[in-house]
Design a protein around this ligand. Sequence first.
Ligand code: NAD
Length: 497
Amino acid sequence: MTTRITHWIDGKPYGGTTERSGDVFDPATGQVTGRVDLADAATVDQAVASAASAAEVWANTSLTARTRVMFAFRELLAARKDDIAAAITAEHGKVLSDAAGEVSRGLEVVEFACGIPHLLKGDFSENVSTKVDVYSIRQALGVVAVISPFNFPAMVPLWFVPVAIAAGNAVVLKPSEKDPSASLLIAQLWAEAGLPEGVFTVVHGDKVAVDRLLEHPDVAAVSFVGSTPIARYVYETGTRNGKRVQALGGAKNHMLVLPDADLDLVADAAVNAGFGSAGERCMAISALVAVEPVADDLIARIRERMATLKIGDGRRGCDMGPLVTRQHRDKVASYIDAGREAGATVVVDGRGHEVDGAAEGFWLGPTLLDHVTPQMSVYTDEIFGPVLSVVRVQSYDEGLALINDNPYGNGTAIFTNDGGAARRFQNEVQVGMVGVNVPIPVPVAQYSFGGWKDSLFGDSHAYGEDGIKFFTRGKVVTSRWLDPSHGGLNLGFPQNT
Ligand code: NAD
């Protein structure tokens, strides 16, 4: 039996029909478990109209009242974390502990947004000119759209939605059509928290829905996360239509290992960051850059650890689940042959890994390639699966040049015990998020998340201070209360006295 998964408009499940729908799979069984409605332009218009009328009221709701909703939502999200994690595992495939982890990271942004009374404070300067005061305020934009990818169906929407709502906007979320259910549980929690109808809306869909959001005159801003070609398209289309856009794209994250590093700790980190969530993380490590002579030793240690990993149904306490769709699994698996044909050594072929799950699941075990060179497609492409490539270099400088020449600049890490080398790396590397002995350096909520180069289009990163700025517009007021000293005619440009 399949469940119909529909939109959330006006604070409740959508009551209308749909002309188009898409299959939603349980990746661990390969079965279709749901059919998700794919919105047409008219349904998007209905959602935006509902959001637009809610936005007017919400922006004028007191900060105290808005903050209370944020705190209530925070409590509900914490209490229902396991339900959301179960929904994620059932449609995405990642193991339950990992799914719960992504909800926790989203929760941190909700907690950050609970500080909105402080975050929205403006500045005030008294008597900038005689008896003239100046102050700044930040106001909500209106309706903002959030378009999210399949790999973090709870965390990525939660990077944006709490900040946008706390700042006084109404949000229309278009989640990935591959794993749409987590967004509806989140919508339910907002309603239970007392958020007025229409302030949070979910529209399911594909390019049709995205295109309508990008051209809709009542959508003021778009936060997008997904692959680089679509991020570029969303940025170009949205900005051409006069919208404020931040579009976070794909990644190819490098881990630079210097010869002085502790190779056991490096091997642990490489396995965790390369194969966690089956490599379907925008901050996953996919290129391990080993400064010789450490490669042989490091590969032996990584290989040992890979053999111990349990691959299987995410509900069974395994380390790594399936990939999101059969098509994606096949594409990722094709890189193993592509790597071998191009001259790489296949140290571990994930297609042979034992699996604790249904035969029809979208399985691919952890894969390790050695002697990968920058010309190979396994290096140039974002594979987005459990394939870790080792690139051997002779020096720090060669490793740094490799990372800086890559068109992506999302995350990177250096592993070393040399503080001077680490400091040099953080200064010289052309990447937005840098880890020093930390393989997945996702910033905490009070700092902002975002890459450089082809990993982000736009000026602002997600959440933190950038998030507050992105979802508000600044205004500066110059004010005086007239008294006789302000009289007289003077057509010159105002001078401060
Ligand atoms: P995707 O680009 O296929 O889809 C992202 C969103 O765009 C989805 O909501 C999808 O419905 C929509 N979309 C798909 N095709 C479209 C089209 N032709 N026109 C308009 N909209 C379209 O990405 P995905 O496969 O869901 O997610 C994986 C990608 O996301 C990877 O490249 C990963 O690196 C990236 N990602 C980046 C970050 C980051 O912070 N930089 C975070 C998570 C994921």
